[in-house]
Design a protein. Structure first.
Length: 392
């Protein structure tokens, strides 16, 4: 048994049945660690209608562990997921917001409940996952108290980097986590899987959709849990009621609205939702200025390692921000705005900034943390209207 410089020996690796976690477990075993593969079941398909692939994924995870020669275990966190992730998710949708359950799941389930279970149940020294991310200490984990914090860093594969989804992880959790894929590209991971006889796993489609729930017809899925709340569809430029809908929880900002008279208005997109009146505001064209904002407010971020210099003193911090994983980071300024809010000003306007989502902050390759977006600043359309009014 190889023992690392950090004194690590036994590692629990979360296995999902996918190629990333499979190769992560393989890499750790090749390095001489004692690896235990654990599959998390966080959703009970008996609770709702629709196809669930969790049983197939579990069988794939078991196959992977048998193939590479490590023990396999299954754990059930259905109740924890419902209470900590899905119930708040429904509440946010009911209020017209669009939450990010993947970020919440990582914070409360994978890197909290599961990690604590793994460390205790299997007397593990650390936990590993198949996320594309790195830390400032790599395998030299700080398992004890230290004044030196562990920093979350972007993965080598910038297209697969998942620090966005890890932006709410606690410092305590990060001190006991390994990311074996942090220095690899996705193409390399698939190649390794194929070379070790896991071709079937390498060819699996990547999981999409809600964390642990999978890909579904979302309006039908969410409709099983939330009652219809009819409201009006209002044109942003004329104030005219142009239609009705069955609930703002069925729609997201920037989404094309298909049941409007496009012959009269052209293609229309959702630019705002009012959770009090239940009205949806639409605008013609995918690049209408009402879809763009250069400013938003968020809850004070949860900083992973330490807050930016001067933040507590009320100084303006120059960082980079992402509100969606697939977007490039945009330079921004962040400063306190009251006790529990920050105001974020972007270098350039972004389309469809959505309350309930996260503003994730970076300083170069380091992911500093994130905060929930609470509201947007004025849209470019509103600013244009104010300017016209002032000139009259």
């Amino acid at each position: 048994m190889v023992k690392s410089l950090a004194g690590l020996r036994r590692i629990v690796c979360g296995v999902s049945g996918g190629v990333d976690s499979a190769v992560s477990a393989y890499i750790l075993k090749q390095k001489g660690y004692e690896v235990i593969g654990v599959f998390m079941k966080n959703w009970d398909e008996k609770d709702e209608v629709g196809q669930c692939l969790s049983d197939r994924d579990m069988e794939d995870a078991k196959f992977v562990c048998q193939h590479i020669g490590i023990p396999f275990q299954e754990v059930n966190f259905v109740k924890d997921y419902w209470n900590e992730v899905f119930s708040p998710f429904l509440k946010e949708y009911q209020n017209g917001n669009v939450p990010n359950p993947d970020i919440v799941c990582n914070r409360h389930i994978k890197f909290n409940v599961f990690q604590k279970y793994a460390m205790k149940q299997f007397s593990a020294d650390a936990m590993a996952t198949g996320h594309y991310a790195r830390t400032s200490v790599g395998e030299n984990l700080l398992l004890g108290d230290s004044s030196q914090g562990v920093r979350l860093l972007r993965a080598k594969d910038i297209w697969k980097d998942q620090t966005f989804f890890l932006s709410q992880i606690s410092q305590q959790a990060l001190r006991k986590v390994l990311f074996p894929l942090g220095e690899l590209k996705k193409s390399e991971v698939k190649r390794i899987a194929s070379e070790i006889g896991l071709q079937r796993i390498a060819k699996k489609k990547e999981s999409m959709g809600i964390c642990f729930v999978g890909k579904r017809d979302f309006p039908s899925f969410i409709g099983q849990y939330l009652e219809p709340k009819p409201g009006n569809i209002i044109h942003v430029e004329t104030g005219e009621v142009v239609g009705t809908h069955q609930g703002i929880h069925h729609y997201t900002l920037g989404q094309k609205l298909i049941h409007v008279n496009h012959g009269r208005f052209g293609k229309c997109y959702i630019v705002d939702k009012n959770n009090i009146t239940q009205d949806i505001i639409i605008a013609p064209g995918t690049n209408h200025p009402s879809l763009f904002n250069q400013e938003f407010f968020a809850k004070v971020p949860s900083w992973i390692c330490e807050e930016p210099p001067g933040f507590s003193d009320g100084r303006v911090c120059r960082l980079q921000c992402r509100i969606q994983r697939i977007e490039a980071s945009i330079p921004c300024t962040v400063s306190r705005c009251g006790e529990d809010q920050v105001i974020v000003t972007l270098e350039e306007p972004l389309r469809a900034i959505t309350p309930g989502q996260y503003g994730v902050f970076y300083d170069g390759e380091e992911c500093l943390g994130s905060g929930v977006i609470t509201r947007r600043g004025p849209s470019l359309y509103e600013l244009q209207q104010e300017k016209r009014t002032a000139q009259q």
